[in-house]
Design a binder for this molecule. Structure first.
Ligand SMILES: *Cc1c(COP(=O)(O)O)cnc(C)c1O
Length: 386
């Protein structure tokens, strides 16, 4: 993670700059794999959290699979060395071309989100002389206790197949000759730090499994999705999430059938803390309440504060001032929501100072846009810094 003593080595780079600590990434991946190993759990990386080539290559080297939500993510995962038989494909709006790509490349499975989608997959697979492995993505109606924009497992969310359509699928299953129903999939939301939520998910999955079994269905695979949160408030003291506690919770509460394989899809927890967005202060300007520090990074580089009211820890790496002052930190884009933080304490900040915005490795650079015709941020990896 970026520290004050690295400043002299970073100031030669243009900002905004995404810095990735590959050593921290490596340690995080190792911890995750080690924590899953005792239970033989399989981990897929949710590519949408970060699709940088070097990040994907590190993750692939640790033996994880890939969880993709578009055809291009499938292409990228294959290009970075993920084997097709470790790729899963989710999303409520898979296009025909994306489905065909998944079939052509023989990915492990499609996580299906509607009955109509299963119909389309069945038809396309038939026309290609293939058989598709499918999971039903079910909406377990579990409260994730996270921001409403990143809650996905409540009844009102657009994700997952509802109970009526699940029943219809089971009665029609024998007619779907070109799909093989192999598992159940769940993903209830993101940035979940309360393990009670994963306990509740496990208990709900047990009930759902019983129900399927009572209808004579054997479930070969369970995919519990992702969602494990990270510590945004104090990343330096908590650089690696509690993977052991996370997997232990599922081990404790999930009732598995003999031979059943369990899969997870982690995004944020694997890559968030290794990324730091670096930015220079352009102007200090007085506001009604606080001073504004206007910086050269914006919502086009990091959308999370504007989109989810996310709060990232920010530090001034340049200032040696003893005194701290209150600032609102804002970007240059013409939107009132282009604000990274309100009312935060920073060491006295001046034009030209270097600010670090922490925990930006997940859902940061991938959400960049060209709004206001801004240049994209540059990227640097820790082993490239001299
Ligand atoms: C986004 C997503 C994930 C990863 O979520 P994180 O909170 O980043 O772990 C996993 N599965 C599906 C289906 C997703 O859409």
């Amino acid at each position: 993670m970026v520290k004050k003593n690295m400043l002299s080595r970073l100031t030669k780079y243009p900002t905004p700059l995404y810095f990735y600590d590959l050593q921290l990434l490596d340690q995080t991946l190792k911890d995750a794999v080690d924590a899953a190993q005792p239970y033989s759990y399989h981990i897929h990386f949710a590519v949408k959290a970060n699709n940088n080539d070097r990040i994907l290559e590190s993750i692939q080297r640790h033996g994880m699979g890939a969880d993709c939500v578009s055809g291009n993510e499938i292409r990228e995962a294959l290009k970075r060395g993920f084997p097709a038989n470790k790729i899963v494909f989710a999303g409520v709006g898979k296009t025909d071309n994306e489905i065909k790509l998944g079939l052509e490349t023989d990915i492990f499975a499609f996580n299906c989100e509607s009955l109509q989608e299963i119909n389309v997959i069945n038809d396309l697979a038939g026309s290609m002389g293939k058989k598709a492995r499918i999971f039903l993505r079910l909406n377990p109606d579990v409260e994730a206790h996270t921001h409403k924009n990143i809650t996905t497992g409540k009844a009102e969310n657009k994700f997952g197949i509802n109970a009526t359509d699940t029943d219809i699928f089971l009665t029609l299953k024998k007619d779907f000759k070109n799909v093989e129903f192999v598992g159940l999939h769940f993903h209830i939301g993101s940035q979940i730090c309360d393990f009670e939520v994963f306990k509740n998910l496990s208990l709900k999955v047990n009930e759902i499994q019983d129900l399927f079994e009572s209808k004579g269905e054997k479930i070969k695979y369970l995919n519990l999705g992702g969602g494990l949160g990270i510590n945004y408030a104090d990343p330096q003291q908590n650089p690696i999430p509690d993977f052991a506690g996370y997997f232990e919770t599922f081990h404790k509460y999930l009732k598995l059938r003999p031979g059943q394989e369990v899969h997870f899809e982690l995004g944020r927890a694997l890559v968030a803390q290794c990324g730091t967005l670096l930015s220079r202060v352009l102007y200090i300007k007085p506001g009604v309440r606080n001073q504004f520090a206007i910086i050269d990074a914006s919502m086009t580089d990091l959308l999370r504060p504007a989109l989810y009211e996310a709060q990232h820890r920010i530090e001034n790496l340049s200032s040696e001032a003893a005194e701290k002052k209150t600032y609102d930190v804002a970007g240059p884009v013409c939107e009132s929501s282009d604000v990274f933080a309100r009312n935060i304490l920073l060491e006295e900040t001046r034009r030209g100072d270097f600010l670090a915005i922490y925990s930006t490795g997940a859902y940061g650079q991938v959400m960049s846009s060209l709004y206001n015709m801004r240049d994209p941020a540059t990227t640097i990896y820790s082993d490239e810094v001299e």
